[in-house]
Structures are given as structure tokens and as C-alpha cells.
Design a protein around this ligand. Structure first.
Ligand SMILES: [Zn+2]
Length: 631
């Protein structure tokens, strides 16, 4: 067995890479970036391999340095040897060294306790038959890193990749998916009116203060509209994944709301609080009866009216007028007979919202509350009820409402936006059914969840296909919001074509997303294994120095996981550039990673066949508060 220079394979490549490293160093010096070797000690290490590693610290050494990394693969013995030599500044020793490699056993991190003299050669031999080889990476590669800390507490980290031949594949086990958490507990945070229940470490925890403000403002907006005060406390469960349209109301003043940066429903978060909150407040209007309750028109109509729109504030009556004037119109008697939730969702909700708005506006809130409280959902009981309260039949009220809608003049832009909206949500639900079927589960109240339900609703979706399609949906909605309905529709065409091919990205806008996903995955691996050279390969040359300085802090930390989740991505029409937002997830040996949960705005450029990162700046999450009062 021979120990190879960690970074490189055959000797010819070694010289080439060495030449590249020297050129890079020369370039860095020319551009006055003399601090690069300090930021990335491996660059200095690369030159050190040209001559035998020095056995005594050089007088100029100011920081700990991993001077030499080697790995050796013994195919017949099934062993991988990791070897590292570190140099320390004068008078310092190694107090601790760590070795991480990307298998189930290696993720536990091996510790080499000090004190050890500078220049010590540390070695670990991985016996694959004994400890197993569970790798997450395809193609027979294994990432690893070493970290040393000196007596002053200063760390140095560097790593690389081991290539495993094809005969190793029989040994490689795919990691078994994590079993459902048996001891999962929700994190809970309470305010005067709300109890928030969420998954620790998710966006809900990061944004809790703003979520509480949003919920409070939402409640303040709907209570005067409904003329009902909250009796008791609302319990709000926040799940880091999308289900249906992302909101549900249960008895006992309980709501379940999707809260995640990559929420592809494009629903303004505050409307979950007003819509689902209106359902909860309205539960107190319902008078005790043997069975039944208000029908879907009354229930959803009330929530849409109280919110002032569906998913966002909107011209409810103008939109209902557009529907009433089209083939999509569903007669109210049909909607009432139900099942309400089987009709085209956006159409039925908007009709219901406008009808309730009409009843309240023309005949008053009190009469509507009586109807809501006494309705049974059965035509034979509700027809006489309506006649006794309004002196008119449901059919007559519907005719009055349609007459009112007929007097309105919605604009062509509103009609265009509405048909986009319907198409968007129909396509979104098709995406869920075909590529994210768990999102079509409408879960039971969270207190009754099985471990299986917990496993689904406490974990985010991370598969590339989901990121590709969801970011395309989000980008389409963003374009529509900016008035570019044509561009938005073209993107929906691409999503539709992708669904027609069972999730294959057939169109350039989706292929670009897949390529950018792959680029960021390569970047994640480079940061995780402390490999600045591999990180640099993902950057535009002009922006590399600044981006490398930014990454230096993460490269020094003992990361045990690191990934950038793409939560937004818009690819320019010419396919040559893209902008997006990534959410960073990571952990270190010691636990917390300061960047975990942070958002970065990114810019990418296509150079030939490849995408490269050109900009990455921290940004804060955006919050949209409910309007002061509903219409
Ligand atoms: Zn609802």
C-alpha cells in the first residue's frame, strides 16, 4: 500500500495541479491578496509537498498549519488509511486533532487527544469490514477532513476526497433512512393569545417573534370584522413542509400552518393566520345541534371574506364577477350540496367569499351569524332557515348577488391574473400528487399524530426534483406578481412539460435549476470537507477572492454537516444568469453552527456549459404583516 498525496491521483496530475497552485499563489500575490495562504492553509500546504515536509516549525509560521495530508487505499485488506502532519507556530503544541469522514462511523468524529508535538504524523486506519462503509456519495468517493487545534486554541482544518475503486462498491451500504422519531417533542412558545408549537431548529424557531407579531396582527384584523373576541388561546402548530395549500383548522382552537422558506404555495403567510383564525373564531358562533353545521360555502366564504381575499388580499367581488361571467361558474346550490372540497378550489372559495361578503354587506353581520350558527348543511333544513332569516330563498339571494356582480367591471388584467392563479394552483396540486404525494395528506390534529405522521411533517423535503420544481413554481408566482404574466405562464409550461415527463427536467429553465442544484451540492461538499480548491472551482474567477474570504470562517469550523437549500431561484430568459436565495443548514462537532438558518441572496452566471457563483450576500427574512383592518 502506498500513501498518496491527498488531493491528487497520478503524478502527472500532481505536477499540473502543483503548477496551478503556484500560478494561483503568484496571482494572489500580484493582486495583493497575500493573506490567502493564511485563509486557506492548504494552499501553502500544496507547495509544501514539493519538498519533504519540514520537521521543525519554520520561524515565519504564525498559525497552526496542516502541512501534509495523505490517504492510502488497500483494496485487498479493505482498509483506508488517513494520515496528517501538522506544523505549529513556535512554542505551541497540538492540543487536539479530529478526523471526520463521510460514513456513518466517520460522522461520529475520531479524536486524537494531545498534547502532541508539532510535526507529529497522525494516522487512522479505517477497516471497512469491521466498521462498515455507509457512504452518502455516489461514484465511489469518500470525503474527509482533519482538524488540529494548538495550545492557543487556534484551529486549522483541511480535507480531501478518497477515490474507491469499483470493487469497493460491494461493501458500500446505502444509509438506511432514519426511522420515525419515537421521542419527538415539539418546541413550545406561548404568548397571551397564542401557543406556538414548532420543530426546533426550523425557520419557525428563527422567526418566532415575527410570526407572533403576524398572528397577533391577524387576530386584530379579523376580530372586529367578525365581531367575535377570542375566548381562550389559539394553539398553532408550524410544520416545515407544505401540505395541501398549507393551512388547516381543527376543533379546540388549533391550527396547523406550513412555515418554511421554500413554501411554493406562494401564499402570503399572514393570510394563514386570518383565514384559519377566522375558522377558529367562527367555531364559537355555531350553536349546539344534534349533527351537522354550516356548509362549505358559509365556512370557507366567511374565512375568505374576513381575510379580504384568498391567499392574499384581493378584489373578491371583481374576481367573483369574472368567474360568474365564465364557464367555470359553479351554481351555489351545487357548491352547497358538495362535497365542497372536490370542486375547483380557487373558484369555489372565491365564489363563497364573495357571496358571504354580499350577505353581510346587504343584510348585516348579525343575520349572517344566525345563519352560520343554525345551519346544518342539509338543504331540507337550511332552505327554511334562510327563508325565515332573510325572507328569501337561497335561489333568490344568489340571483341578487349575481345581479350585483353583473354591475361590476373587472379589468382584463384582473381576468388574466385570475386565470393564471387558477392554473398555478391546479398545477401545484398536480405537482404534489405526482412528485410530492405526502403533501396531499391532510393530517389529523397534531396531538393525534402517529410516529409516521410525525416523520412526514417534521422533516423538510430535500430531493433535487422537489427543489427544481418548487423553485420554478415560486419563480412563476414572483413573475406574475411583478406583472410579467407571459413570463410566468411560460415557466408554468416548463413545469407542466416536466410533469408530463414524470419529473425529468426537459426544458432549459428546469435543466438550469438542476445544474445549479448540482453546483451548490459540489460547493457544499467543498465547504464540508474544507477544500478551498474545490470551492474555488464553483466561483467566477473575478469574484473568487471575495467569496473565498467569506467562506474562510466556515472552512475553519469543525463542520459535520453543511448544505445550502435553494429556497428561491429565478433563471433569466436567456438562460445565462440566475438569482436566488439559499437557506444554510449546518452543524459542527460542538453543536451549533452560526450560519445555520441564515439566508443568502446568490447570483450565478453560466460560463460555457457550467454554472458558477458570482455573488453571495446575507439577507434577512421578509415579513408581510396583515392590513390594519379587513374590508
Ligand atoms: Zn378554510
Amino acid at each position: 500500500m502506498n500513501l498518496d498525496d491527498a488531493h491528487h491521483g497520478p503524478p502527472r496530475w500532481r505536477y499540473l495541479l502543483l503548477a496551478v497552485a503556484i500560478l494561483v499563489l503568484a496571482g494572489a500575490a500580484l493582486t495583493m491578496l497575500w493573506q490567502l495562504p493564511r485563509l486557506f492553509p492548504q494552499l501553502a500546504a500544496a507547495t509544501a509537498t514539493a519538498t519533504p515536509a519540514p520537521t521543525t516549525p519554520t520561524p515565519a509560521l504564525l498559525h497552526p498549519l496542516i502541512a501534509d495530508l495523505r490517504t492510502g487505499v488497500d483494496d485487498s485488506a479493505r482498509t483506508i488509511t488517513f494520515q496528517m502532519t501538522a506544523q505549529m507556530p513556535p512554542g505551541r503544541q497540538i492540543v487536539e486533532a479530529l478526523l471526520w469522514y463521510d460514513t456513518k462511523a466517520g460522522q461520529q468524529v475520531r479524536r486524537f487527544p494531545g498534547p502532541l508535538p508539532a510535526g507529529s504524523v497522525l494516522e487512522y486506519r479505517l477497516d471497512a469490514t469491521q466498521e462498515g462503509l455507509t457512504t452518502t456519495l455516489p461514484g465511489g468517493t469518500l470525503d474527509y477532513w482533519w482538524l488540529v487545534r494548538d495550545t492557543s486554541g487556534e484551529p486549522a482544518r483541511a480535507g480531501g476526497t478518497v477515490a474507491l475503486g469499483p470493487d469497493w462498491q460491494v461493501l458500500v451500504a446505502t444509509p438506511t433512512p432514519e426511522p420515525p422519531p419515537v421521542d419527538f417533542t415539539w418546541a413550545v412558545s406561548g404568548t397571551q393569545y397564542f401557543s406556538f408549537t414548532y420543530v426546533a431548529g426550523t425557520e419557525a424557531e428563527r422567526d418566532l417573534a415575527q410570526i407572533a407579531a403576524m398572528a397577533r396582527a391577524g387576530l386584530a384584523a379579523i376580530t372586529p370584522t367578525l365581531g367575535v373576541d377570542l375566548d381562550g388561546k389559539l394553539t398553532i402548530y408550524l410544520t416545515p413542509r407544505v401540505f395541501w395549500q398549507g393551512g388547516a383548522a381543527y376543533g379546540n382552537k388549533t391550527n396547523l400552518i406550513s412555515y418554511l422558506d421554500r413554501n411554493y404555495t406562494a401564499i402570503e403567510t399572514w393570510t394563514y393566520f386570518t383565514h384559519e383564525g377566522a375558522h377558529v373564531l367562527a367555531q364559537d358562533l355555531v350553536q349546539p345541534k344534534e349533527e351537522g353545521g354550516p356548509d362549505g360555502v358559509l365556512v370557507e366564504g366567511l374565512a375568505v371574506w374576513a381575510t379580504g381575499g384568498h391567499y392574499r388580499r384581493g378584489p373578491i367581488d371583481d374576481l367573483a364577477a369574472i368567474i360568474a361571467d365564465s364557464d367555470s361558474y359553479i351554481p351555489l346550490s351545487t357548491l352547497r350540496a358538495g362535497p365542497f372540497y372536490d370542486f375547483q378550489h380557487e373558484t369555489s372559495y372565491m365564489e363563497a367569499g364573495s357571496f358571504v361578503r354580499f350577505l353581510v354587506g346587504r343584510y348585516g353581520l348579525d343575520r349572517f351569524k344566525q345563519l352560520y350558527g343554525q345551519a346544518t348543511g342539509k338543504a331540507e333544513q337550511d332552505e327554511p332557515l334562510v327563508e325565515s332569516l332573510y325572507g328569501k330563498s337561497y335561489a333568490e339571494l344568489e340571483a341578487e348577488w349575481l345581479e350585483y356582480l353583473d354591475s361590476l367591471s373587472p379589468t382584463p388584467e384582473q381576468a388574466e391574473a385570475w386565470s393564471f392563479n387558477v392554473r398555478y394552483f391546479d398545477l401545484m396540486r398536480r405537482y404534489q400528487t405526482e412528485l410530492e404525494p405526502n403533501a396531499r395528506i391532510l393530517p389529523d390534529v397534531p396531538t393525534g399524530w402517529t410516529s409516521n405522521t410525525v416523520a412526514i411533517f417534521t422533516r423538510r423535503m430535500v430531493e433535487p426534483v422537489n427543489v427544481v420544481f418548487e423553485t420554478a413554481l415560486i419563480a412563476a408566482q414572483d413573475r406574475a406578481d411583478q406583472g410579467d404574466v407571459a413570463g410566468a405562464s411560460a415557466l408554468l409550461d416548463d413545469v407542466e412539460a416536466g410533469l408530463d415527463s414524470k419529473g425529468e427536467p426537459t426544458r432549459p429553465s428546469l435543466q438550469a435549476r438542476q445544474a445549479i442544484y448540482d453546483l451548490l451540492a459540489a460547493q457544499d461538499r467543498a465547504i464540508l470537507r474544507a477544500d478551498p480548491r474545490a470551492y474555488r472551482a464553483t466561483l467566477t474567477p473575478a469574484d473568487a477572492p471575495a467569496l473565498e474570504v467569506q467562506a474562510a470562517a466556515a472552512i475553519r469550523l469543525p463542520l459535520t454537516s453543511y448544505w445550502q437549500e435553494i429556497v428561491r431561484l429565478d433563471v433569466a430568459d436567456d438562460g445565462q444568469s440566475a438569482t436566488g436565495v439559499v437557506l444554510v443548514h449546518g452543524r459542527t462537532v460542538d453543536g451549533d453552527f452560526p450560519d445555520d438558518g441564515r439566508l443568502y441572496a446568490i447570483k450565478l452566471i453560466k460560463a460555457g456549459a457550467h454554472w458558477l457563483l458570482s455573488s453571495r450576500e446575507p439577507i434577512e427574512p421578509q415579513f408581510m404583516m396583515p392590513p390594519r383592518s379587513a374590508p
